[in-house]
Ligand binder design. Structure first.
Ligand code: HEM
Length: 455
């Protein structure tokens, strides 16, 4: 089914109001359920309707629960990026980056960054991705316990920073970026779920650490930009594209926008890839037979030499393992939009200004879309089976004008890293590891500790 967005004057008079989800509590509405167990709550909403109304305190929020309507929402011009989630991100990371802009500015910014992520641009990043994937596995000593959170963050930040912002001192800066971003993400999540504004201004150790990390992140970005300008060099990369970009009037874009753009690309780029790597490591520990199958494919493709970037296209099964892991454990588990005009979705009236929410986690685990929906089965992505999966039931990078620009970039590095991990090790979870799901800006294991066992 395709749902076209319509202009207000064309809205059908018989549009219905979406049903209200059950289980609200007087005064609090559904907020307490959303806070207590957001994944279970979002996953059950489809039982109440295709579009349902939630009460979050005094506010009504609309939840979209079916694959076709989430696709329609993402593809419609009647909805923009806005809402409390984005506002809190803007406050910390800057207002002028591509992830939070709308309208003509957003279109212009996308045009600037897109070439760095095009399919034909990715092979140039191959040597760095290869080096970092092997460096990750070579760092570990047999028998030692690895902290999967910091290891995954490290490789994700290093690949994004080294590929997209090439530069002489990027090696050392990538290390500082890792430390700053990990602290900033931890603190941002706390500020979003427990929005006690004044409390975060108190001179407590955690607040000081957060403020230091945020300041260092912004300082690092300024250093990277200043150094590139001073060098007079213009390598063919994202930073050069940003420095050469022109605004709507043909004038160079401002310093603040360049800064915010770098932050807006580095931050989603590292948190999402890092969380996905953590889930892949977790899956290997839970399903050693999956690690063995990946290893077998890697050996068949490479003949036993270290896996290379050029092998990625041949690693079909490894790619399906990454996709299946992203299906069951998506880094991006919740997305929001705001209606810019009175409109409709699935025959329901959505008023101008309404906040809309949907969960890729719920959509991708839905029994209505997937046979044996909770089973880890990478073969469901084989060509003869993939056709049974409804459209938009698996859109981890979203669709439409806000689609992640980095889908090819991310899949290439994730496939390469997964291959490098399985070719070299099996993984065992160790005492003290906490693999419960941590619901934050992204989904990831709380504190995954593994022992890599060399093959
Ligand atoms: C946007 C997912 C990796 C940069 C998005 C969106 C999704 C997503 C779902 C759309 C958000 C929305 O519709 O509101 C992912 C996943 C990744 C990943 C699952 C990896 C597993 C990356 C990387 C980068 C990146 C590596 C950059 C290096 C961005 C940017 C946007 C975005 C800049 C904003 C695009 C816009 O608003 O026009 N991502 N992403 N992402 N992503 Fe990614």
């Amino acid at each position: 089914m395709t749902v076209e967005s319509v202009r207000p004057e064309a809205l059908a008079p018989d549009l219905r109001e979406p049903p209200r989800a059950g289980g609200g509590v007087p005064g609090l509405g559904h907020g307490w359920k959303l806070v207590r167990d957001p994944l279970a709550f979002m996953s059950r909403l489809r039982d109440h309707g295709d579009v349902v109304r939630l009460k979050l305190g005094p506010k009504t929020v609309y939840a979209v629960t079916t694959p076709d309507l989430t696709g329609a929402l993402a593809l419609s011009n009647d909805f923009i990026i806005a809402g409390p989630l984005w506002e809190s991100l803007e406050g910390l990371l800057g207002k002028e980056g591509v992830a939070t802009a709308n309208g003509p500015r957003h279109r212009r910014q996308r045009r600037t960054i897109q070439p760095a992520f095009r399919l034909d641009a990715i092979p140039a990043y191959g040597p760095i991705m290869e080096e970092e994937a092997h460096a990750l596995t070579e760092r570990w000593k047999p028998g030692e316990t690895i902290d999967c959170t910091s290891e995954s963050f490290r490789v994700a930040v290093r690949i994004a920073a080294r590929c997209l912002l090439r530069g002489a001192s990027m090696d050392e800066r990538a290390e500082r970026l890792c430390v700053a971003l990990a602290t900033v993400f931890r603190g941002m999540y706390r500020r979003m779920v427990v929005p006690l504004g004044p409390l975060y201004k108190l001179p407590l150790p955690a607040n000081r650490e957060f403020n230091r990390a945020l300041a260092d992140l912004h300082l690092l970005v300024d250093e990277i930009v200043a150094e590139r300008r001073a060098s007079g060099q213009k390598p063919d990369d994202l930073l050069t594209a940003l420095l050469e970009a022109k605004d709507e009037n043909g004038d160079p874009i401002g310093e603040q926008e360049i800064h915010d753009q770098v932050v807006a690309i580095l931050t989603p780029g590292s948190e999402t890839v890092a969380s996905t790597i953590m889930w892949l490591l977790h899956m290997f520990a839970e399903h050693p037979e999956q690690a063995d199958r990946v290893r077998d494919e890697v050996e068949a493709v490479t003949g036993g030499r270290p896996v290379a970037f050029a092998d990625v296209r041949g690693l079909r099964h490894t790619n399906n393992v990454v996709v299946e892991s992203m299906r069951l454990s998506p880094a991006v588990w919740i997305l929001t939009r705001r209606a810019v005009r009175d409109t409709e979705l699935g025959g329901y009236r959505i008023p101008a200004g309404a906040d809309i929410v949907y969960s890729p986690y719920a959509i991708q685990r839905d029994a209505k879309s997937y046979e044996r929906n909770l089973e880890f089965d990478p073969d469901r992505w084989l060509p003869d089976r993939v056709k049974d999966i409804p459209k938009h039931a698996m859109s981890p990078f979203s669709v439409g004008n806000r689609k992640c620009p980095s889908d090819h970039f991310s899949m290439a590095q994730l496939t390469l890293i997964t291959a490098a991990l399985a070719a070299r090790y099996r993984f065992e979870q160790v005492a003290g590891s906490n693999d419960g799901t941590r619901v934050g800006i992204t989904l990831r294991p709380h504190d995954l500790l593994l022992r890599p066992v060399p093959r």
